[in-house]
Write a protein that binds this ligand. Structure first.
Ligand code: HEM
Ligand code: HEM
Length: 165
């Protein structure tokens, strides 16, 4: 493992980061259709064609996220990641947040599957992921933009351009 010696992310890591981020945003924006589908099934009501399609998309996009995260974790364990730029508490918070993201990226699809096949409380637990993800993404993206605009360091650039190992 080269965990501490890397200075950048590989192309694979960068592509996976942005692909997973885009798919998670899709899930957060359109997740309500799946909630509608579950409710309609429970109450024996009809479901609109749009909600039906989006609920099905929610299922498959969620499974795609789980598969991509499995690949991403393997790559991460094999190649490591560069140390956070800067020093002190903020780098520890950043590292903690990144680990928390990985945990959520596994737990949220798993609780989604459990909610789908087993019902509540898993569905309810799964739904809590929405506000949690929104708050964490706001902090994470805000920090990335702060690095780019105020500190003007390489943090955002290295998640856009592959670096040497
Ligand atoms: C990272 C992946 C995922 C994210 C971010 C996500 C996010 C969401 C969101 C935002 C909602 C709507 C919550 C609301 O309306 O308050 C939802 C509902 C739901 N999702 Fe996911 N989801 C993911 C993966 C999955 C997967 C893989 C499944 C498996 C089938 C799934 C099944 C469900 C179910 C069944 C509901 C409705 C829960 C209920 O009403 O009890 N989700 N999800
Ligand atoms: C659902 C959305 C997102 C998730 C789940 C996510 C997750 C992650 C994770 C887990 C890492 C750590 C990578 C590692 O060290 O292995 C990371 C790094 C990074 N992310 Fe995100 N991210 C998301 C959205 C964004 C957005 C919108 C931006 C920019 C505006 C962004 C910018 C960055 C940057 C610059 C890094 C590198 C930090 C560093 O090198 O210290 N991310 N992200």
């Amino acid at each position: 493992m080269q965990t501490a010696t890397r200075t950048g992310y590989s192309l694979t890591q960068i592509v996976l980061h942005w692909a997973i981020a885009a798919l998670v945003l899709f899930q957060l924006v359109f997740g309500e259709s799946m909630a509608e589908a579950v409710e309609a099934a429970e109450e024996g009501e009809a479901l609109s064609a749009v909600d039906q399609t989006m609920a099905s998309a929610h299922y498959w996009v969620g499974i795609a996220i789980l598969a991509l995260v499995a690949v991403r974790l393997l790559v991460r364990i094999r190649t490591g990641a560069p140390d956070a730029i800067g020093e002190g508490l903020s780098t520890k918070i950043a590292a903690g947040l990144h680990h928390l993201f990985y945990l959520l990226l596994v737990l949220v699809p798993v609780t989604g599957l459990m909610g789908f096949y087993l019902g509540d409380p898993w569905g309810e637990i799964h739904e809590v992921s929405k506000p949690v993800f929104i708050v964490l993404i706001a902090i994470h993206a805000g920090a990335a933009l702060f690095h780019a605009v105020v500190l003007r360091d390489e943090t955002l650039k290295r998640m856009l351009r592959p670096g040497r190992g």
